[in-house]
Every structure is written in structure tokens, then in C-alpha cells.
Design a binder for this molecule. Structure first.
Ligand SMILES: Nc1ncnc2c1ncn2[C@@H]1O[C@H](COP(=O)(O)OP(=O)(O)OP(=O)(O)O)[C@@H](O)[C@H]1O
Ligand SMILES: [Mg+2]
Length: 255
């Protein structure tokens, strides 16, 4: 499994989980491309990139000129012909920031309804995700935006597996099932569920019984360390031995 997208309802812990997964994969000797596909990007902080570095990052989507050059289409234009496979070979190197074997790319905000066609941006994103990795020991992990409406073909077609994060509550489980439906339509067959913010064995049981048809890759506890990491901008993977242990267990299940 080389390209993994993380999705789930707002606030369930997608970014927290993604940061743990990225660190675990990197620790195992993989080169990891961490793609922040959320228009409100927070993954860089969770991964422990310094604030000065984060400030300097230009989201790929904001590189209007670059996208225009590569796709042959002006962003926001309807009905124009554009290249489906724009050249993106240099983008991971030129536009990412790196720390050890983790490279971070910020996609930025895809325009929503009524703001013109996002075809050019979508083509670019798809090409980028498709192009990334393929080499041995390289992985792409994508932190997605919360709503299912954003799960377009551009992103989804290019991934091998989807991890849906849920918390022990009906709403996030309902949302997870929507994500799964969408993923099926888009042809993603490999899907896993991760239960986050677990307090009691009953919490685990609740998720197990309500998601009986899903493969559950594992559970992460609700912990003050996660809150602290978010508040203080520290790296949860480094501050919580428990989370570290759990993420490796989940990783085993994924492979
Ligand atoms: N296991 C946990 N224990 C305690 N707090 C947690 C845990 N996981 C996440 N949180 C907290 O919940 C909040 C949301 O987490 P996070 O940002 O990872 O979720 P998200 O799904 O990425 O949210 P968004 O939909 O806004 O992108 C954060 O304040 C985070 O610290
Ligand atoms: Mg997030």
C-alpha cells in the first residue's frame, strides 16, 4: 500500500492520526510525502515543522501561473481544453518542505461551488498524487478535508487505500459510512477504520458493532497528551509512548 488518504467527519482526529502515521512510516525507513489536502491546513504543525517554515509554504493551488502553464487552462475557466496529465515531476522537490525523510506539501483551497470550474486544479492534484512515490520505500499520506462533497475523482482515483477515522459516536460513524459509499463509487476498494478518542472498552465495542462490515485497523485512546501536543505545537508521536505503540500496531494491520 503506497498511497493512503485519511478522511472522516470534522474534528475526529484525522490530522492527529495522519501525523502519527507519517512519523511511523518514516521511522520504518520510508520516504513519506505528507499531503495536506485540507483548505485549513494544520498537518505541518502536527508533524512538527517550525512556524517559520510553515509560513513560507505556498499552497500548490495558489500557484495560478504554474497551474496555467502546466495544464494549459486558466483556473476558473469553464469548458476549456486542458492537459489531463500535466507535468508535475519537479513539484514534489521544488514545492515541499522536508524534515528527515518526511516531505510536506500543502494543496491549499480548492474553489467551491459557484466559483468557477476547478478542473485545472483537479487535474494538477490528480497528476501530482499519481506521480508521487511509485519508487520502493516511498509512501504518500494525504490528510483530507472533512466533508464527503470534497472527495472528488481527482484525489480519490489516485489512492490505494482509504482510512476513515471515527470517534465512538453515531455522527462520525454515519459520516464514515457516507465516505465509504463515495469511495466505492470512486473505485477505492481498500478501506480501513480507525477508532480515535477511545475512553472505555465500551467505546471500542460501540464502533465494532456499528461498523461490523468494515476492517478496523485499530484504536487510539483519548488522551490529554493529544490535547497538549495540539496546544503547544509539539509532536504527539514523540511525546506519547502509548500513541507510538498504538500506531505501529495499526501499521501492522494496514500492510
Ligand atoms: N486521541 C485524542 N485524544 C484527545 N484529543 C484528541 C485526540 N485526537 C484528536 N484530539 C483533539 O481533537 C481535536 C481535533 O483533532 P484533529 O485536528 O486531529 O481532527 P481533524 O479530524 O483533523 O479535524 P478537522 O476536521 O478540523 O481537520 C484537536 O484539538 C486534537 O488535539
Ligand atoms: Mg484536520
Amino acid at each position: 500500500m503506497k498511497k493512503i488518504a485519511i478522511c472522516g467527519k470534522g474534528g475526529v482526529g484525522k490530522t492527529t492520526f495522519t501525523s502519527l502515521l507519517v512519523h511511523a512510516l518514516a521511522k520504518e525507513g520510508n520516504k513519506v510525502y505528507a499531503i495536506d489536502a485540507d483548505p485549513n491546513p494544520t498537518l505541518a504543525e502536527a508533524l512538527g515543522f517550525p512556524a517559520e517554515t510553515i509560513e513560507e509554504i505556498t499552497p500548490i493551488i495558489d500557484m495560478k501561473q504554474l497551474i496555467e502553464e502546466r495544464t494549459g487552462a486558466k483556473s476558473g475557466e469553464y469548458g476549456s481544453y486542458f492537459k489531463m496529465n500535466p507535468n508535475v515531476k519537479d513539484i514534489p522537490v521544488e514545492y515541499s518542505v522536508s524534515k528527515g525523510n518526511i516531505s510536506y506539501l500543502m494543496m491549499g483551497c480548492m474553489r467551491g461551488a459557484g466559483k468557477g470550474c476547478a478542473c485545472a486544479e483537479n487535474a494538477m492534484l490528480k497528476a501530482l498524487v499519481t506521480h508521487l512515490m511509485v519508487k520502493e520505500k516511498e509512501t504518500v499520506v494525504m490528510d483530507m478535508v472533512a466533508g464527503t462533497e470534497h472527495m472528488g475523482r481527482g484525489t480519490a482515483e489516485a489512492v490505494d487505500a482509504l482510512i476513515i477515522v471515527v470517534e465512538p459516536g453515531m455522527r462520525s460513524i454515519k459520516a464514515a459510512k457516507e465516505f465509504a459509499k463515495m469511495a466505492n463509487v470512486l473505485g477505492i476498494t481498500k478501506m480501513f477504520v480507525v477508532g480515535n478518542k477511545i475512553n472505555t472498552p465500551e467505546d471500542e465495542d460501540y464502533i465494532k458493532s456499528n461498523m461490523a462490515n468494515f476492517t478496523i485497523a485499530g484504536f487510539l485512546p483519548q488522551t490529554s497528551e493529544a490535547v497538549k501536543a495540539e496546544r503547544e505545537g509539539t509532536v504527539l508521536y514523540e511525546t506519547s509512548p502509548e500513541m507510538k505503540k498504538r500506531i505501529f500496531k495499526i501499521l501492522e494491520k494496514l500492510s
